[in-house]
Design a protein around this ligand. Structure first.
Ligand code: ADP
Ligand code: MG
Ligand code: ZN
Length: 483
């Protein structure tokens, strides 16, 4: 039997506020332990929470970007459980009247191994509600006991719950990427997984293809990157399929991903699952959101990633795939557009940014924001390539130097002697060497295989350090081989 996975994701993002959700303590990351605490976030009796207006506005902004129905009336609820990082023994969250109700997210997903093939898909958002974060337990010197740091306790989180609409690990990965891009565009969160400002749990079940009813789901925690989420879902779907085929039943449980082993293992079963005993937070009365306030927030929404991609495709005629990758990072998309404004050829600029530029940035451990390469230099480089002053092989070298030194391409090419060689004498000598060293390719070419010439051109390029004008090399080789 053929099985298919059903996947729903729960994503927590930290909202970008200066102070916590219900008190005025700072949200500073990495401060000295327990520096940012007060009676409210430490859960002292008699202290009263007050809702942070900025956090509420950010939550609404995110909800609007996710096409959610923003609540007319909302309330907060207490979710009870005991854990040392939760001093009140309950978390203030939202249960049945969340700030954002049903919405959806449009994703572009890879449907085949061909990286250029993407398909649009709508993924339902069940809800996106506000809640406070818990503190952090530190088990560094476990022999002396554990420590608890309440700095994170009370920081505003938005929990975004998806419908079980995802059907492959790849789709889950694409959903997470699209979600992160949107949240960054609307500037509600920095979505930095390393700092824990974006966390995700995956719910996975499998069912025989053609069956409508969902199978029993398992929740996977400890997913520290989108790639890990993809791998864990893949593993889990294989595990469940195997179990069902072996006649076992799947038990509803929470499992932990072990990245080193590449497996999941049971953390707690449904019997041990919490009964949270939700009830309305008595210290925060339900309240009404004015439609005027919501439409004011709607006005602040920027052009969103997919809209931007569609515009790039239409205005600049760049390949769809390039457009979707460019817009995943706002800064990258803006950089591309600035280069086009400087007179760059959109197709070539997009290609060079996505390949050589990103490679050079990652090589030098710089980011698009701090690298300092001016769009006009990027455009100059592409012009030099277009008019054949340099070959595409040389572009890579110049790009790397440009990111390192911030010198203009002209200066780099001059200093490094990288200009393309159109000196026929030099290319002729390289061509003779290439012919002598590659008798097999020569024989193939003579036997009518045009493609074999490519290997010889490659050899000439190598011999000249990538500087030979490839067209000229091609002509000279042909002439020599036909004589
Ligand atoms: P719970 O009460 O266990 O938290 P929810 O109904 O709130 O369960 O769903 C939590 C997440 O699990 C959602 O993202 C939802 O899409 C997903 N989900 C629900 N049922 C299934 C299923 N059978 N298979 C996979 N995912 C599911
Ligand atoms: Mg849940
Ligand atoms: Zn506080």
């Amino acid at each position: 039997m053929n099985y298919e996975p059903v996947i729903g994701l729960e994503v927590h993002v930290q909202l970008k506020t200066k102070s916590k959700l219900f008190c005025s303590c700072s949200t500073e990351f990495g401060a000295e332990g327990n520096k940012h605490t007060c009676p409210v976030c430490l859960g002292w009796p008699g202290s009263l929470p007050v809702v942070n207006e900025k956090a509420l506005k950010l939550a609404i902004k995110a909800g609007l970007a996710l096409n959610c129905k923003v609540a007319e009336r909302l309330k907060f609820d207490r979710k009870h459980y005991f854990y040392p990082d939760l001093p009140k023994a309950y978390q203030i969250s939202q249960y049945d009247m969340p700030v954002n109700g049903r919405g959806w997210l449009d994703i572009e997903t890879k449907t085949t191994d061909d990286r250029l093939q993407t398909t649009a898909k709508k993924i339902g958002i069940t809800r996106a509600h506000l809640e406070e974060d818990a503190g952090k337990l530190l088990h560094e010197n476990i022999a002396d006991g554990s420590l608890v740091d309440y700095n994170r306790g009370g920081i505003p989180l938005l929990e975004i719950v998806s419908e079980p609409d995802l059907r492959s690990p790849q789709e889950a990965y694409d959903y997470l990427t699209a979600l992160k891009a949107i949240l960054q565009y609307v500037e509600v969160s920095d979505c930095d997984m390393e700092k824990g400002s974006l966390r995700c749990d995956a719910n996975v079940s499998v069912r025989p293809v053609g069956q409508e009813k969902f199978g029993t789901k398992v929740e996977i925690k400890n997913l520290n990157s989108f790639k890990m989420a993809q791998k864990a879902i893949q593993y889990e779907m294989e595990r469940q399929t195997e179990a069902l085929e072996g006649g076992e039943t799947i038990v509803q449980e929470t499992r932990l991903w072990n990245d080193a082993q590449g497996t999941t293992s049971s953390m707690r079963s449904k019997e041990e699952a919490h009964d949270y005993r939700y009830f309305p937070e008595p210290d925060l009365v339900p309240f009404t959101l004015s439609r005027a306030a919501v439409s004011e927030i709607r006005k602040t929404l920027p052009e969103l990633p997919l809209e931007k991609a569609k515009r790039f495709i239409k205005e600049f005629a760049i390949p769809e795939y390039d457009a979707y990758v460019l817009v995943q990072e706002k800064k990258l998309a803006e950089y591309f557009e600035n280069c086009v404004k400087e007179g760059g050829n959109p197709k070539l600029i997009a290609k060079r940014i996505l390949n050589e530029f990103l490679a050079a940035l990652s090589e030098s451990k710089k980011t698009i924001e701090d690298c300092g390469v001016q769009p006009k230099d990027m455009v100059e480089l592409s012009k030099l390539e277009e008019n054949n002053t340099i070959s595409s092989t040389t572009v890579k070298i110049v790009m790397a130097k440009m990111v390192l030194t911030l010198n203009s391409p002209a200066v780099i090419i001059k200093e490094e002697g990288l200009a393309q060689v159109s000196d026929t004498g030099l290319i002729e000598r390289a061509a003779e060497k290439a012919i002598a060293a590659n008798p097999a390719a020569v024989a193939e070419f003579k036997a009518g295989k045009q493609k074999a010439l490519g290997a010889l051109v490659g050899a000439v390029m190598k011999e000249t350090g990538g500087k030979a004008n490839p067209q000229l090399a091609n002509e000279i080789l042909r002439k020599k081989l036909s004589s």
